[in-house]
Design a protein around this ligand. Structure first.
Ligand code: PHE
Length: 356
């Protein structure tokens, strides 16, 4: 049969050039449709001799199959292209800004300091601060700690290095928050009601001691403040802090900067090896306190014949351990992320008077 090669070339070219499904369908109809060119050739087979048909038939069939396959392939390619074009156009941004995930946590010591500040603020105490590198005068002399007092000895106190000939006053890492009493009274005079939470340093390291730890100082000076006010303030504080009524026990003691002095215990019990505050028959020592010594008032420029008051100093770290059931003090300062995540507080867990 003549002209099959031309026919083939023509249709393959048109198929390849068809820009869309409609054009392709037109090509199909022109070739393979009922009245199409290739279908017409098929009908001509009937008029051929059997001999002619033997060669023309398979050639025409092969052409028909090839064109048919080319049409399908082109159709699929056009559909893919159309889909790609649609996908490129009709897209929807389904991403959302991620929910903010809390990063980091508030350390229990910071949380407890805030809780304590909130409770004392409610009783009229302002927060005072002082330097951690302190003069030995503020840390010792002004607090009536004589030069030969054991607290000054090298094994307790970190002394700042001094070059020979350096005539600045000797400095130490403060060994307690009591020097802030002096600074606050120097600045503010009397009457005064302050607390001073912060870091303190002592050369000590074992299961229950770290060379840096935290204290909170309390100071109230007015005309007629007595130990009874101290006891009320402390019981009020412990009750608010632990969220349960807590009794205190005062035991006579000695501090150079208070007279009289008392160590204060809080009521507690041990149940199945677990400590509970505010119940039971046991007592646990938690702070030192007393009436501010006249020498201390005088060093800070306050007339002890006009003014008197109480002071106390309490360890913060152990108070955090007691309230939040944290077993090991040293872990406080190891910066272990797992520990911080477990015991840390969220930024929005703001302490209130009823924080629990
Ligand atoms: N500064 C004392 C200490 O670190 C505690 C204290 C403070 C005692 C105020 C009495 C008054 O142990």
């Amino acid at each position: 049969m003549d002209g099959l090669a031309e026919l083939r070339a023509k249709y393959l070219e048109q198929i390849a050039a068809a820009p869309d499904a409609d054009a392709l369908e037109a090509v199909r109809l022109a070739g393979l449709g009922k009245k199409g060119e290739i279908s017409g050739r098929m009908r001509e087979l009937g008029r051929m001799t059997p001999e002619e048909r033997k060669t023309a038939g398979p050639a025409l069939n092969a052409l028909k199959d090839e064109i048919d396959a080319a049409l399908r392939a082109r159709k699929a390619a056009l559909e893919d292209a159309a889909l790609d074009a649609r996908l490129a156009q009709e897209w929807l941004d389904i991403t959302l800004p991620p929910r903010p995930r809390p990063q980091g946590s508030v350390h229990p010591v910071a949380q407890v300091m805030e809780e304590m500040a909130a409770i004392f603020a409610d009783m009229g105490f302002a927060v005072a601060e002082g330097p951690q590198v302190e003069t030995d005068w503020h840390n010792f002399d002004a607090l009536n700690i004589a030069p030969e007092h054991p607290a000054r000895q090298e094994h307790d106190t970190f002394f700042m290095h001094r070059e020979p000939g350096d005539n600045r006053p000797p400095h130490v890492l403060r060994t307690h928050t009591s020097p802030v009493q002096i600074r606050a009274m120097q600045v503010q005079g009397a009457p005064i009601r302050v607390i001073a939470p912060g870091r303190v340093y002592r050369m000590d390291m074992d299961q229950t001691h770290t060379p840096m730890f935290h204290q909170i100082e309390g100071l109230a000076i007015d005309r007629a403040i007595t130990m009874a006010n101290l006891k009320w303030v402390l019981e009020e504080f412990f009750t608010a802090y632990f969220g349960t009524p807590v009794r205190t026990r005062f035991r006579a003691s000695h501090f150079p900067f208070t007279e009289p002095s008392a160590e204060v215990d809080i009521q507690c019990s041990w149940v199945n090896g677990q400590l509970r505050v505010g119940e039971g028959e046991d007592w646990m020592e938690v702070l030192g306190s007393g009436m501010v010594h006249s020498h201390v008032l005088r060093s800070a420029g306050i007339d002890p014949d006009q003014w008197q008051g109480f002071a106390f100093g309490m360890g913060i770290d152990r108070m955090a351990m007691l309230k939040y059931g944290i077993p090991d003090l040293r872990a406080f300062f190891e910066s272990d992320l797992r520990w911080l995540r477990h015991y840390g507080f969220g930024a929005l867990q703001a302490p209130s008077l009823h924080a629990g």
